[in-house]
Design a protein around this ligand. Structure first.
Ligand code: 5GP
Ligand code: ZN
Length: 114
């Protein structure tokens, strides 16, 4: 999608601090971190929200979680722990309409979330 900021990051057209990438997935630091570790994990393929994720992309959606765990290991927060979350639409607080997991860690998270 031409106007999508995360598509542009995945294609290298907008700079980002990339921590992991493979053929299908890219992970980079969030520009406004909400925790000492705040990384976004996206598919290279544009999918606007989780609602639009087709059943055929089940593996791709799963790969996002595995990439988040890999980044957590690389940043050495896997044992202390972390949170992985995907926001969807208005009530979920989604602001960028290209699906992404937030990997948050480096401090204790609170529950319930705000
Ligand atoms: P959402 O609110 O959609 O779940 O999360 C979008 C996230 O993308 C926000 O945490 C926001 O800070 C981050 N973000 C928005 N634009 C950019 C950008 O250009 N670069 C990076 N690295 N993060 C961005
Ligand atoms: Zn996109």
């Amino acid at each position: 999608m031409e106007s999508c900021i995360f598509c542009k990051i995945a294609q290298g057209e907008i700079p980002a601090e990339i921590l992991y990438e493979d053929e299908q997935v890219v992970a980079f630091r969030d520009i406004h971190p909400q925790a000492p570790v705040h990384v976004l994990v996206i598919p290279r393929r544009h999918i606007a929200t989780l609602n639009e994720a087709p059943a055929e992309e089940a593996e791709l959606v799963g790969r996002l979680s595995l990439a988040a765990a890999e980044v957590a290991r690389r940043l050495r927060i896997d044992q202390s722990g972390y949170r992985v979350v995907m926001n969807c639409n208005r009530d979920g607080g989604q602001t960028v309409f290209h699906i992404h997991l937030h990997l948050l860690g480096g401090r204790a998270m609170t529950w319930p979330p705000g």
